[in-house]
Design a binder for this molecule. Sequence first.
Ligand SMILES: Cc1cc2nc3c(=O)[nH]c(=O)nc-3n(C[C@H](O)[C@H](O)[C@H](O)COP(=O)(O)OP(=O)(O)OC[C@H]3O[C@@H](n4cnc5c(N)ncnc54)[C@H](O)[C@@H]3O)c2cc1C
Length: 422
Amino acid sequence: MPIDRDTTDREPSTPASPDIEPVAEFGERARRWLKENLPPSTGRYTGVDDEAIWDRARQLQRLLFDGGFAGICFPEEYGGQGLTREHQQAFTTASLPYEMPLVLNVPTLAICAATLLDLGTEQQKQTHLSAVLRGEEILAQFLSEPRGGSDLAGLTTRADRDGEDWVLNGSKIWSSGAYAADYGLCLARTDWEATKHHGLSMFLVPVRAPGVTIQRIRQVTGSTEFCQEFFDDVRLPADAMIGEPGGGWPAARRLLFHERSAMGGTSPYTSGARPHLGADVSSLVDIARSAGRLDDPAVLEQIGEARAMNVVRDQLVDRVSRAIESGGLPPAAGAIVRLFSAENAGLQTDFAVELAGAAVAAEGPGALTSSIGLDYLFRAAWSLAGGSTEMSRNQISEHILGMPREATADQGVPFSQVKHGR
Ligand SMILES: Cc1cc2nc3c(=O)[nH]c(=O)nc-3n(C[C@H](O)[C@H](O)[C@H](O)COP(=O)(O)OP(=O)(O)OC[C@H]3O[C@@H](n4cnc5c(N)ncnc54)[C@H](O)[C@@H]3O)c2cc1C
């Protein structure tokens, strides 16, 4: 998601204690448990369009929970394991051959639950985090609006006080998987006389509350995972607020930090394989083989470059995560990894299309090359999801390189006086 202009985010502390289970023993225990309890992965990316996929994910998450492997970096008091990033990595490595509830990683676990962990009241954490970790709750993000997502703080969805309650009106868009979610973290304007960033508050909105209408959006790939929500006089109790009235921007910054970490691959809260970001090197080899081009030196060079880029990405993820944790880099450095991952995903997909040629458009569903055709159509999304790559470049220039901030016309002006499109 969009602009995050401040640098004061902090990395969630990874818990450590002298009597914590050693990572190697934990990894061994995880391997045994996974072998006995989870079916093998089909290795196919299934998409997230179908309710059955979410039901299956809820079941798998419950299995992990019952086995003591859900929420490895979430605190024990909320149903997690209270372990470290290294334990999570060991579990992820062990889990790669098995079917995992991967659709719950983003945004439910790595973005929304992580934000609730940082900012929720004790009651919100007790209720929602443990429900998420048991596979009973799925969370969505209600941030972007039809008028534009990059200027997030300029949003116009409103929540007005009515007695103790808040009444929500407006619309959000591009919400991944909202149709299958139980709650959405929603940023709304609660004070129109405050300046742009100071009049916002964040709410936990029940997706099936009266007054919420969800429409699914069909993309060029045929997927209907994206949703647009319309809020018509949705009544929210006071305890639906995350943080303080007017504290929505710091809450959004925290959420954006978790989103960049999730998109860049540095989040400690995802479990299992990274999100599907297009072709991988083994599929490039398969495509080259089936196109009869595996002995072409130019093709081998391209495959080598794709492999090298993946190695660099993995090392960058590792280096930046450690630097953020140790304070060597500000949390905004997540933007470096987010940018590299998006550029790399585009590059891998372009290689795949070059190798496969016209087959990407000609072959029917199920063929390896047809999934590459779909990846190609979806290509632009990787540089938008989690905030655009242009905004990542802005982050890097302003918050890491210390270059001057972009000029804005709405600085210090009450939002009611700021000109904005409808
Ligand atoms: C796969 C995917 C999943 C998503 N999931 C969610 C979700 O769950 N919830 C949600 O709320 N949103 C979600 N989004 C929306 C996403 O956050 C927005 O697409 C993104 O923030 C950009 O907003 P926009 O699409 O409105 O583009 P705009 O903000 O209209 O920007 C258009 C173009 O202008 C550029 N631009 C804008 N401002 C500047 C600037 N100041 N400097 C330089 N360039 C600029 C942008 O980089 C972009 O290229 C998702 C998007 C994708 C692709």
